[in-house]
Design a protein around this ligand. Structure first.
Ligand SMILES: *Cc1c(COP(=O)(O)O)cnc(C)c1O
Length: 425
């Protein structure tokens, strides 16, 4: 599918008068349409809820937009819990799916009334030790091990993943929870990441639904909810076919009716914790070409770098690039598009076919709405960018200002010369 930027060169030329590049910009219209389509795709399930994976894009403005469509928050840390609370998403609208969890995080999760999803059997005692008594509603994260393979060859390796309880531990843990007075039980699993196929959720659902039936038969425990977690992918590359959330919803419905309904588990609520699918395609990193360099290769240096978008440097991930205003120009130049970090992996694209780039051109780096800004850091003293929202009416709202040197130096308030640093800016 052709990948099109959701802003034009003209729009960006207007925006940069107020907000200089680089920045991440989000498409309100796209976010809303997608959230609505998800809600409709699972409307057959009475208890359905998407808990947006906050780590993918921790911005309260965007979390509140999703909340309008019934989305809660999936948090995994203290500050993500605080952010959800600040966005007005609390109580049963929070899923706390953490791992290696500090005690204070569990404390806040319980205080906010979040549903806690335990990553390990030892966390039962750990949680009980902190709270004095287990919450009445608890979930367990399952990891069956091995490999998870889909028919199109996409696979992932749960057996190598640090998360979750083994099958044996899972049964033991539900038994313990029941004995300790837990009343509502959930099951959670995240077995494959960025699956660009409509098959993943239905396959995962079948596996979890069959477990749920076994849990009922062996322990007399009827699950209240099954959480399919994240992992639904997006087409980063133009040749990839996007997932169809209606087909995915129908696929889950089919196995629900085949497996859960006959077992008397037709009341189970289906939960999801998607991050990438909810936000990924609706964010772009906009950056300006500021240098060109002709050495052993052709380089275009831009004003963004890996601190603004880490995925290419970290995973060699592909992010499509549109040179704004040159959408229809032939891609007859081969470039490495680089940032300014003193790290050779700071490249947004390697040997990429693009139109001829001139200094001052704006490049839109696609699909940065999830795990984009969120993964940013401050290496080389580089500052994090602003986040902007392109509203449905075409106006632009600042939803996070860019970091300033004063922000960077703020944690040096223990350093004597701190004042002179910040005063000089
Ligand atoms: C990262 C994560 C998600 C979201 O994953 P996506 O691939 O962005 O959908 C959901 N749940 C948990 C527990 C996660 O760690």
């Amino acid at each position: 599918m052709e990948k099109k930027a959701f802003v034009t060169k003209q729009q960006i030329e207007e925006i940069v008068k107020t907000y200089p590049t680089p920045f991440h910009i989000y498409d309100e219209k796209g976010i809303r349409e997608n959230a609505k389509a998800l809600k409709e795709a699972f409307s057959w399930n009475k208890g359905f809820k998407e808990y947006f994976a906050v780590k993918a894009c921790p911005n309260p403005f965007l979390m509140k937009i999703l909340h309008e469509y019934g989305c809660g928050s999936d948090c995994s840390s203290l500050t993500e819990l605080m952010l959800s609370d600040a966005a007005g998403i609390r109580g049963s609208e929070i899923m706390f799916s953490s791992n290696d969890t500090p005690a204070e995080d569990f404390e806040l999760a319980a205080k906010l009334g979040a549903t806690i999803n335990l990553d390990d059997i030892t966390h039962i005692d750990f949680l009980e030790g902190i709270l004095g008594k287990l919450p009445e509603r608890l979930s367990l994260r399952y990891n069956p091990g091995g490999v998870f393979k889909m028919s199109n060859g996409i696979m992932d390796n749960p057996g190598d993943a640090k998360y979750g309880l083994t099958t044996e531990q899972l049964f033991e843990a539900y038994g313990i929870l029941k004995e300790k007075g837990v009343k509502e039980f959930g099951l959670h699993a995240f077995l494959a990441s960025n699956t660009v196929t409509n098959e993943y959720y239905p396959m995962l659902a079948k596996q979890l639904f069959e477990r749920a039936v076994e849990i009922k038969e062996r322990l007399g425990v009827s699950l209240s909810f099954i959480n399919l977690s994240g992992g639904v992918g997006i087409p980063y590359k133009p040749e990839q076919e996007p997932n169809d959330i209606r087909v995915i919803g129908e696929g889950v419905k089919k196995v629900f009716e085949e497996v859960l309904v006959p077992a008397g588990l037709g009341d189970v609520a289906i939960y999801t914790e998607m991050g990438r699918f909810m936000m990924g395609p609706y964010g772009m990193l906009v950056t300006k070409a500021i240098h060109e360099k002709h050495t052993h290769k052709e380089y275009i240096g831009v004003d963004a770098c890996a601190v603004n978008l880490m995925r290419p440097a970290m995973y060699g991930a592909y992010h499509h690039i549109t040179v704004l205003g040159k959408e229809n120009a032939p891609c007859d130049h081969t470039y490495d598009v680089t940032g300014s970090l003193c790290e050779n992996n700071d490249k947004f694209a390697i040997d990429r076919q693009l139109p001829k780039i001139d200094m001052g051109d704006y490049l839109a780096i696609h699909d940065t709405g999830a795990h984009g800004f969120a993964m940013g850091y401050n290496y080389n003293g580089k500052l994090k960018s602003a986040e902007l929202l392109l509203k449905e009416d075409g106006s632009v709202q600042l939803i996070r200002r860019a970091q300033t040197p004063a922000d960077y130096f703020a944690t040096f308030d223990c350093f004597d010369e701190y004042k002179s640093i910040t005063e000089k800016k």
